[in-house]
Design a protein. Structure first.
Length: 228
């Protein structure tokens, strides 16, 4: 069935709020290696300023010679997958479900794109948050078949995922209207390079404030309805 347009939505810190899962992962590393824990508020401030998990872990281990940074990174990633990738810890962002329902009624396809690789977990989270009826398809990093794409390059990953969504849904669109929503610079730059209209959403745990200067920015998810 042909629809009016396509909405491409980022997952982490756009559809869901995974603040608690992220914070708990650093607490877990501090606990298993008997490290001095860092106050959650400090980690939040670091994250809001764009600090990577690897750099936070580096600050955690400090001068400990018996622990390597790579091991801590691996242990943290393992923790993030415990209990289904944090299914019990993530929350849906305010206004997401109602807004997606209204977007759907206005005749748009809605897809999720995420650099995550655990599709089974993503689908479980979407199902648990009762978003099944709103989301037409989910694209994750494992869907990228081009071996030349560096999966560590966030912009290239997002561009590849946007391309997958466009290839599948653009022929079905009446107006060819496509909007991409995300909270990070990679989301916006990738959209611009793919000639997609980007919208940045603030108020999330991680947000690249600089992107407000290069695209339309909203604070609440339901503001998206005024842009369509």
């Amino acid at each position: 069935m042909n629809r009016f347009g396509l909405i491409i939505v980022d997952f982490d810190d756009t559809v869901i709020d995974n603040t608690k899962l992220d914070l708990d992962s650093f607490h877990y590393i501090a606990k298993i290696y008997n490290l001095p824990s860092i106050d959650y508020d400090i980690i939040v401030s670091w994250r809001k300023n764009g600090m990577l998990a690897r750099n936070i872990l580096h600050r955690l281990i400090k001068e400990r010679k018996d622990i390597t940074l790579d091991v801590c990174v691996k242990k943290r990633q393992e923790y993030l997958k415990i209990g289904g990738g944090g299914i019990k810890l993530v929350k849906i962002r305010s206004g997401v479900k109602n807004t997606l329902e209204q977007i759907k009624r206005r005749g748009y396809y809605i897809t999720i794109v995420t650099s995550r690789q655990d599709m089974a977990v993503i689908k479980k989270i979407v199902r648990n948050l009762q978003l099944d009826n709103q989301i037409d398809k989910i694209y994750c990093a494992l869907d990228i078949t081009d071996k030349e794409i560096d999966l560590k390059n966030c912009i290239e990953v997002k561009k590849s995922l946007y391309k997958l969504a466009l290839n599948e849904y653009l022929p079905k669109l009446i107006s060819k209207k496509v909007i991409a929503i995300g909270n990070l610079r990679a989301d916006v730059i990738a959209a611009k390079q793919m000639k997609i209209k980007p919208v940045a959403i603030k108020g999330s745990y991680r947000f690249d404030s600089g992107i407000s200067k290069i695209c339309k920015t909203i604070t609440n998810f339901d503001e998206l309805l005024n842009i369509l």
